[in-house]
Design a protein around this ligand. Structure first.
Ligand code: FES
Length: 167
């Protein structure tokens, strides 16, 4: 009894073996593909707020230095960015605070506070910025950048690691 549409034993074995092989390949292959793609699908961790100081420990008028590193994961690429700056309390009012970046706007060297000059000095090309971050002398084309901040319930100064241009 053999018709044109009748499946032979050989065909049946071929189809069954192929189906079982497909199931096994999917069982092994899908987790492997997931493992390989996971870094690309992972969320970038940049932009989280960072605690840089306790407000109560910062004297009024004296710039308080801080620095931290943010590691960004973009797919398989991992980059570390160092942020630095100064918390400046302008008065006893907890909201009267300025957060300046320590990155010089000329060629990105780090500036330091000088009590003697009452300003920020860039050691790379002898630039001077005043207490507000404005250029007093030297080659920098613009004022020091700043960070947005808030004071949390525990009195911590919390900033967003995004440097903003100061107008
Ligand atoms: S890098 Fe600061 S003055 Fe040149």
């Amino acid at each position: 009894m053999s018709g044109p549409n009748r499946m032979t034993r050989r065909d049946f074995i071929k189809i069954t073996t192929g189906a079982i092989g497909g199931v096994i390949a999917a069982g092994i292959g899908l987790p492997a593909i997931g493992y390989l793609l996971a870094p690309a699908l992972r969320q970038d961790k940049a932009g989280k707020p960072v605690i840089v100081a306790k407000l109560a420990e910062i004297p009024v008028g004296k710039p308080y230095p801080f620095s931290f590193t943010v590691t960004r994961v973009n797919g398989w690429e991992r980059t570390a960015n160092v942020f630095g700056g100064f918390v400046i309390r302008l008065s006893e009012d907890p909201q009267d605070v300025r957060i300046l970046s320590s990155r010089c706007t000329h060629l990105s060297c780090r500036v330091n506070w000088s009590d003697e000059a009452q300003g920020f000095i860039c050691p790379c090309h002898d630039a001077l910025f005043d207490r507000d971050g404005k250029v007093v002398s030297g080659p920098p084309p613009e004022a020091l950048g700043h960070f947005d901040y808030e004071i949390d319930d525990q009195g911590n100064v919390v900033i967003l690691p995004v440097e903003r241009k100061t107008e």
